[in-house]
Design a protein around this ligand. Structure first.
Ligand code: GDP
Ligand code: MG
Length: 179
């Protein structure tokens, strides 16, 4: 088994403001959660190396730094990405309804159409406030050829899996990551 770092993958996290994008990233990279995370606290990107199928992949995971509020994600944000995590909040219907807009934006700006997409329904710890069924998420994901998982940045549920399954799929896609 070869433990060399294969490559650096560019992963994007997109979706409506407040769905938990920065929280999912912080849970994944630092294993922390801040219930009062300020919208202004966003990073450009965080780097983390993970082991997948006995190989290491270095991930540069790009957060929006709150710019999605003003709908100003730039073409350079999207450029060269191999994977994208599209997040909605299972307790906010409008964040689910607006998923199509995000996919349209991806299609406009992303140069490659073999990009791997993961749909994440976040905040499942707030089960009593849930308004989007798991099955609705699953159906949307299937329709748009996306991977799908429900998660909670607060409880860790699904967070590791979301990133790992995305990376696994990227590494299985010929031509997507080899230079
Ligand atoms: P972003 O705008 O998409 O980056 O969202 P943030 O990560 O800033 O999260 C917005 C708010 O939702 C913050 O107050 C977070 O603490 C909270 N939040 C994020 N993920 C979860 C979660 O899984 N469960 C709960 N209960 N709250 C969350
Ligand atoms: Mg954020």
């Amino acid at each position: 088994m070869d433990d060399d770092v294969l490559t650096t993958l560019k992963i994007l996290i997109i979706g409506e403001s407040g769905v938990g994008k920065s929280s999912l990233l912080l849970r994944f990279t630092d294993d922390t959660f801040d219930p009062e995370l300020a919208a202004t606290i966003g990073v450009d990107f965080k780097v983390k190396t993970i082991a997948v199928d006995g190989n290491s992949a270095k991930l540069a995971i790009w957060d929006t730094a709150g710019q999605e509020r003003f709908r100003t994600l730039t073409p350079s944000y999207y450029r060269g990405a191999q994977g994208v995590i599209l997040v909605y909040d299972v307790t906010k219907r409008d964040t689910f309804t607006r998923l199509e807009n995000w996919l349209n934006e991806l299609e406009t700006y992303c140069t490659r159409n073999d990009l791997v997409k993961m749909l994440v329904g976040n905040k499942i710890d707030k089960e009593e406030n849930r308004v989007v069924d798991r099955n609705e998420g699953l159906k949307f994901a299937r329709k748009h050829s996306m991977l799908f998982i429900e998660a909670s940045a607060k409880t860790r549920d699904g967070v590791q899996c979301a990133f790992e399954e995305l990376v696994e799929k990227i590494l299985q896609t010929p031509g997507l990551w080899e230079s």
